[in-house]
Design a protein around this ligand. Structure first.
Ligand code: CU
Ligand code: ZN
Length: 197
């Protein structure tokens, strides 16, 4: 009887031992999986680039805003939110220089046009400036927004035909007619911000 009891104890010890080993293996596997997941996340994060910028009022206006650029897998998405505008249609462009120091915003230069195309509507067959984002509507409260997604821009890639870093976002008092050269006759520059990291 004693022998049997001892046997049962021995057996249960062995079984418990196995169970613990199995649990340890599972834990190791989980840790390993988490490490791999963490590494994958790091790779993904490093390919996504992001710039957040502010637009300041210019030309005696109250217009301001925030613009976010996110680059993921070769595509840049812009989201611009404006406020303090006069209700109605306003042009928004990328201009040549991230210099908003002038009271009228003219320090930012002309439209960013690294491919030497005519001024036009974004996507026009006859060509257009890389900075020709277009028009958006401000509502009765002076708020407006516009989004654009393109593979014709990049954030800090160093290709001067694509790289938006070091340029400026300008919002105009009026609408872009998409035909007048060289900038669409959109009127005063009411808001300006440099695209800088
Ligand atoms: Cu402009
Ligand atoms: Zn233009």
């Amino acid at each position: 009887m004693k022998k049997i009891a001892l046997g049962v104890i021995m057996l249960s010890l062995v079984l418990t031992g196995c169970k613990d080993d199995k649990k340890k293996m599972e834990t190791d596997e989980t840790v390993e999986k988490e490490v791999v997941k963490e590494m994958e996340k790091e790779v993904t994060e490093s390919t996504i680039k992001k710039v957040n910028m502010e637009l300041e009022s210019r030309s005696g206006s109250t217009a301001k805003g925030t613009v976010t650029f996110v680059e993921d897998s070769g595509v840049v998405k812009m989201d611009a939110k404006l406020s303090g505008l006069t209700p109605g249609t306003h042009a928004i462009h990328i201009h040549e220089k991230a210099d908003c120091s002038a009271a009228d915003g003219t320090s930012s230069g002309g439209h960013w046009n690294p491919t030497f195309q005519p001024h036009a509507k974004w996507g026009a067959e006859g060509g257009y400036h890389k900075g020709d984002i277009g028009n958006f509507e401000a509502d009765a409260d002076g708020n407006g927004s516009i989004a654009l997604k393109t593979d014709e821009w990049c954030i800090g890639c160093g290709d001067d035909k694509k790289d938006i870093l070091g340029k400026a976002i300008i919002v105009h008092k009026g609408a872009d007619d998409f035909t007048s050269q060289p900038s669409g006759a959109a009127g005063a520059r009411v808001s300006c911000g440099g695209i800088i990291e």
